[in-house]
Design a protein around this ligand. Sequence first.
Ligand code: ADE
Ligand code: ZN
Length: 350
Amino acid sequence: MAVGIIRVLISLYHREMQNLKQLVARLPKAELHIHIEGSLEPAMLLELAGRNGVKLPYPDIDSINDAYNFNCLQDFLDLYYQGMSVLQTEQDFHDLAWAYLQRCKQQNVVHCEIFFDPQGHTERGVDFATFMQGLGSALDRAESELGISSKLIMCFLRHLDEQSALTTLDSALPYLERIAAVGLDSSELGHPPHLFSNVFKRAAELGLKRVAHAGEEGPPEYVYEALDVLLVDRIDHGNRALEDSALVQRLADENMPLTVCPQSNLRLGVVSDMADHPIRKMLALGLNACINSDDPAYFGGYVNENFCALIAAAGVTKDEIFQLVINGFKSSFLTQAEIQSHLERIESMR
Ligand code: ADE
Ligand code: ZN
């Protein structure tokens, strides 16, 4: 008798999981935290290495997957910078972004705001025009062929100095029409946001929005600096803000978006178990969090897989899924009219 009841409960539980995963697949979504260089799948890594004559320390896809066993941000970044060395021509950048945008289509991601790391390319001798034209043509193609809207966010590498970031911003001047915002990424610890105050001020004067990775590995103080010194419109990650209740209250009061990346958090040791991921706590505290993939080729999944991991391990509910998806659109750099039209579609699916 008891065994029978347990079987029924288990099957109901599985059915509910399936329903929630199907809901995620059906809902139109926005992705606001994706590094295009982090969408370089192992198969394309090998293909581009062959095309460009780049020697990699991996003979095949299995050995790449074996190598991706980092457990902190720096170990990951070492592989990430090595991986991007295969990106050399305009066509390479086009192919990379086009592959990501096709994934978006499969996953019903209808709007994306894509990070790119110019210094990761210019430092290797790749021209600004090469990646801007390659990425730009893929974005245009996605708009016309796939009906996906997108924006570019130019990130400064924080392990380099502010002068290098200022030079990068200068090089971007001919392409400003293409760039919606600037961001700050790479090794967080030891590279606090205030070191980039001048380049973010200049970006603001140029009319660019501003975002910054903060509170991924860095302490709450870095989140304060991103808010108070860089005057950001969004915080990327922000997990460690939870250590400071006054900061949590402020982020909630200001409705500051947090672009959260669950599978990245797990793979980089920001959380030790997906079951302990703080996303539900964030929502319960009134934080404006949304779900993103960060570097999907390295962390095991795109947006839908990130939602599914949270559903399976952390018990995210239907209402929470709607809230997270709505937050993604509301936190985007789309116009109010565009956001409204996405929200109406989502509300019609409740
Ligand atoms: N660059 C690519 N992914 C990153 C991450 N998760 N944190 C900081 N910099 C990054
Ligand atoms: Zn990131």
